[in-house]
Design a protein around this ligand. Sequence first.
Ligand SMILES: [Zn+2]
Length: 672
Amino acid sequence: MTRCNTGIVVLAALLFGSCASQTTQTGSDRSVHPLNLVVVTIDTLRPDHLGCYGYSRIETPNLDSLARRGVLFETAVAQTPLTPPSHASIFTGQYPTVHHVRNTGGFILQSSARPLARILQENGWNTAAFVSSAVLKRVFGFSNGFDTYDDHMPKPGKGNEFREDPERAAGDTVARAVDWLNNQSGKPYFLWVHLYDPHLPYNPPGAFKEKYKNAPYDGEIAYTDQQLGTLFGAVEKKAPGKTIIAVLSDHGESLSDHGEYTHGVFLYDSTLRIAFMMAGPGVPVGVRVKQQVRSVDFLPTVLKLLDLKSPENIQGISLVPTFSGGIAPTEVSYEETLYPKLSMGWSELRGVRTNKWMYIRAPKPELYDLVHDPREEINVIQQHPAEVQKFEAQLNNVISPGRNSSSEKVETNLVDQRMMDQLKSLGYLSGFAPRSYELTGQGTDPKDRVDVLRLLYLAEEAQVNISEAKRVQLLQQALDEDPNSPSLYYQLGSEFEKTGRQEQALKLYRVALQRGVENGRLHSRIADLCLRKGNKDEAIAEYEKAAQFNPSDVESQTNLGTAYLEKGRVADAERVFKWILATDEDSAAADNGLGLVAIQKRDLTTARDRFQKAVELDPELVEAHMNLGLLYEMAGDRERARAQFEAFLAKASPVQYAGIIPKVKQELTSLQ
Ligand SMILES: [Zn+2]
């Protein structure tokens, strides 16, 4: 009986399989499950700069074609104009007040979250992610549920050493994703590709630079579209008709609207509106949905298409009914940005967006009639008190469900709860010092600081043809106007450091500390400068403080471990390197550090294994090549020693390793 049943099941699968291949063109065949899913998030992409959203001055044939083959949401909005919080909303279906990722840096997505990748992995999908900015590195929790999480960023080039967000070009990210795709063996898969090119700096490559000479932001978008052509082609070739492709942006870009140049400070449509489209089995062809939809609606929509249940406690709603002209109840969209408060020292902003209204809670609140005033230029708050009252109640309901409070206490959160146990076992019993913020909606209104935004833009973003001295002057002017803004200290300090004025930078960071602008980044900057002056004790003290504020800052932790080693504090070094590996198991620097620790303990076998792992994880980590070479040389393995020394010499920066390169060359000669 059992054998007979199995036979029928197999036969049924074969029959349905052959039917499916004939019927997938209808786009709604359910028997091809389980389907593959490809999600592309494009950073900083304004929908009104795409052909399929009606923009005529750009060529985006691949996205336009995807939109024609599927559903395009004409009025889609993000919950927040910030990269990590917005991605967390896309993948969890939750508002930031629920998933707790509230700003870029300072917050991680907790491992207790159940993002899309986790759900699909648990249901048997192979999962892989290829991200293009350091702000989405695995330490921030986004790797939850991914079998493969490729967040390898090239080292920032000259002039970009102090960038918080090293990035990888779309061509590189897509090539790696296609490689992975081509190695898939038939199990359903979920692939997330994140592309960062439209984000500042606008510097399109090759022909796009020339073609979009006067619109470099558009050039980056056109380049991104070209790379997507490669990705979409590979997807279709791999499994024709069996893959849902979804594309959405995490937020837009202000491009000087409302006195903002980039994104993150304000809650206007310039940065809240996102591109959002999908195509594939179950998605009808050529549908354009007009009603407002939100990024939290993405998760329940794809789960519905994949025949999977949505988790509890999400704020999003499946948009599948809108595919056939129905209505999904997505009228109220909660919006927030904590960036002005946490990074600039101003007031945070919150808002409610509907199909008709945008209400912004700010020290000076705003209300716009989006139907008659889509550019949000006429504040009509005085004329509509009843609407305002309703939106205020809706906001309080999101901020403090059941309590009707308008204020909220937020703590930075950089340690995963589950990781806390590991932490204790590594001797971090003193705990961390999260920063705590009382969000009351009061303080400096960001719109009263557009002059500071302009100075910042002129100094940092409009980088063409301005002298270093002018740049410093602009930043100094911004700081004089706004002496409590953490960001301004970093930016001015970076300018000092780039031009070799280390003492001035150090002095500035100390002034910031005196003024109460305290956080991990300031301490790690001071520590780096102390280290460069050879003042190891002070560097160690500052790195230790930095680690308390920001235990996920792998770079500072690595420097701390190295400084411990140099001071002979081997046990402390070992603790720090093990901690790094606990937060980032693929940290080549930590393996290299533990190799050095092993040498101190005369355990050469462990040392060699660690260095070997380090060079495998990151072939660019030249120190590990050198260390490995020395170990092979000691063991009398001349051939392997030579290979490692050669690898070191091929990649080591002549400036950074000026003192070591001649010695390695000498060793190499003696090995010939
Ligand atoms: Zn972003």
